[in-house]
Design a protein around this ligand. Structure first.
Ligand SMILES: [Zn+2]
Ligand SMILES: [Zn+2]
Length: 310
């Protein structure tokens, strides 16, 4: 009898260990190679003729912040905090601007609190974002998740916003589920203005479809007039340490956060491709949406500025 109990206990412990490994550690490493996924030469060629017309600055407006265990952002990362930023990006030209990302509104942010101690929301910054969208030539997004589109789906002046929106089909189809009540008529039936291939959207800016985190996910390759190049990677990773460690979010995030699930195999491959690109192009500034520590570092190096300009 004792023997049977100890065998059963051992089996249960093994299953629990296996389950824990699967949920928090396993199946999250990038493959050894990801040939052909990113083609920086092609992106550069698309903006080669833009000299004299390229943007001069990248600015990041933070509307909210929070923190969570790093384990949520990177499989196997037991210990450490992921300092989370919720923000939108402004691309500044001498005579105009573009906005990328709709961040989240107060109500959505309150529903996503991870750390009571670190959570903050800046209502004035959110108003600044919705105003800046109306001054922008174009408003784009990296992807269609709720923390990237609320200032679009819930914009106070949808009629003025709609003509500025440059979205792909998957992003447009996501908008209704994030509206409060009915989506504003101006935001219904938008036509895609991005065709699903890598394409130039403005001088010095190329949108690069990269489905995986969501069907409508895309990168933005941005070249400033001074030659500095950037790659906005949205939520392919939440922390730059995922690129350093070649390790994506753990499987358990699928169950508690994503619906529908991410395409984990696509993301693992993208992580490898991005890491290889960073090693081949050490001056390229790669930045994800939510890594507050990395954004702060870029700010202190003068590579981005916090806050939007008028
Ligand atoms: Zn996302
Ligand atoms: Zn996000």
């Amino acid at each position: 009898m004792i023997k049977w109990i100890s065998r059963i206990t051992g089996a249960v412990a093994l299953i629990a260990l296996g389950l824990g490994w699967w949920l928090f550690v396993g199946l999250s490493k990038a493959p050894a190679a990801a040939p052909g996924l990113v083609d920086i030469a092609a992106w550069r060629a698309m903006t080669a003729a833009d000299a004299g017309a390229k943007p001069v600055q990248i600015r990041v407006l933070e509307v909210g912040r929070d923190s969570a265990p790093m384990l949520a952002a990177r499989a196997g990362a037991f210990g450490g905090k992921w300092q989370t930023s919720y923000n939108a990006v402004q691309i500044v030209y001498p005579d105009r601007t573009l906005v990328i990302g709709g961040a989240l509104d107060h109500l959505t942010s309150e529903g996503m609190v991870q750390s009571q101690a670190d959570w903050q929301f800046d209502d004035a910054a959110y108003d600044e974002l919705t105003d800046a969208m109306l001054r922008a030539d174009q408003v784009l997004m990296t992807h269609e998740h709720l923390d990237h589109i609320m200032a679009i789906a819930r914009h106070p002046d949808p009629d003025a916003l709609a003509p500025r929106l440059v979205l792909n089909a998957a992003q447009i189809s996501a908008l209704p589920q994030f509206a409060l009540g009915e989506l504003a008529p101006a935001l219904k039936g938008l036509s895609p203005r991005l065709d699903g291939a890598a394409q130039q959207v403005a001088p010095g800016i190329v949108a690069v479809p990269m489905p995986g985190h969501t069907p409508g996910s895309q990168l933005f390759f941005i070249t400033l007039e001074n030659g500095q190049e950037y790659l906005m990677i949205g939520d392919i990773v939440w922390s730059m340490t995922s690129l350093e460690e070649l390790t994506m979010r753990p499987v358990f995030t699928q169950f508690i956060i994503f619906d529908p699930n991410e395409d984990r195999e696509a993301i693992r491959t993208q992580i490898r491709a991005l890491r290889d690109l960073m090693q081949a192009e050490p001056d390229l500034v790669v930045f994800p949406s939510h890594d507050r520590v990395w954004l702060d570092e870029l700010s202190s190096r003068g590579l981005i500025e916090w806050g939007f300009t008028d």
